[in-house]
Design a protein around this ligand. Structure first.
Ligand code: FES
Length: 183
């Protein structure tokens, strides 16, 4: 959906992104990891592609996923950790229930991102990227969400929102803090 107006606008709707459970048993993690890495369609399967598939399925990379990938690719867990820890996009702890990404790339920066970011940090009681104390919201910075023409931009639960103001950002993030906010 793309619209213009006085208020923040939805730039891209990713609401069809599949919602996934973020917790599970050891066996559940192993089974889901195995299913994710054996379902890859590309001709070349690598440790990296397996890590991506596992994180896409689980939301993060628990120990069980690392072990399963090592077994499947015939490498060691140390080697898998080595690849995973090289890339900053992999995470090893469960993300919050809701995902908020604030773009602080050059275009968004000039359009007011610093004020929005500080306001959201204050609202969430955070001093930087990470999870709120109740693990309800994960906040990440992004160097470009790919919608510079709509700057400043944020992603709220995988939905891009552009032409943000501080008030709109606080309103959207504030809703996620409510106990009945759903994914
Ligand atoms: S710099 Fe923010 S969307 Fe590109």
């Amino acid at each position: 959906m793309l619209a213009t107006g006085l208020y923040a606008i939805i730039v891209t709707d990713f609401s069809s992104v599949r919602r996934r459970g973020l917790t599970g048993t050891v066996e559940g993690f192993k089974r889901r990891t195995r299913r994710a890495i054996t379902s890859q369609r590309q001709p070349t399967v690598t440790v990296l592609s397996c890590l991506l598939a596992a994180q896409d399925e689980l939301g993060y990379l628990p120990d069980e996923a690392i072990e399963e990938i090592a077994t499947y690719t015939g490498t060691t867990t140390n080697e898998v950790w080595g690849v995973a820890s090289f890339y900053t996009n992999f995470r090893f702890t469960p993300p919050g229930e809701h995902a908020v990404e604030i773009c602080w790339g050059p275009t968004c920066h000039l359009a007011g991102a610093p004020g929005i970011l500080q306001s959201v940090l204050d609202l969430l009681g955070l001093s930087g990227e990470g999870e709120t104390s109740d693990n309800r919201i994960s906040l990440k910075y992004n160097t470009c969400l790919g919608a510079c023409s709509q700057a400043p931009v944020a992603s709220i639960d995988h939905q891009l929102v552009g032409r943000l103001s501080i008030e709109t950002a606080r309103g959207l993030v504030g809703k996620l803090k409510a106990p009945d906010a759903t994914r």
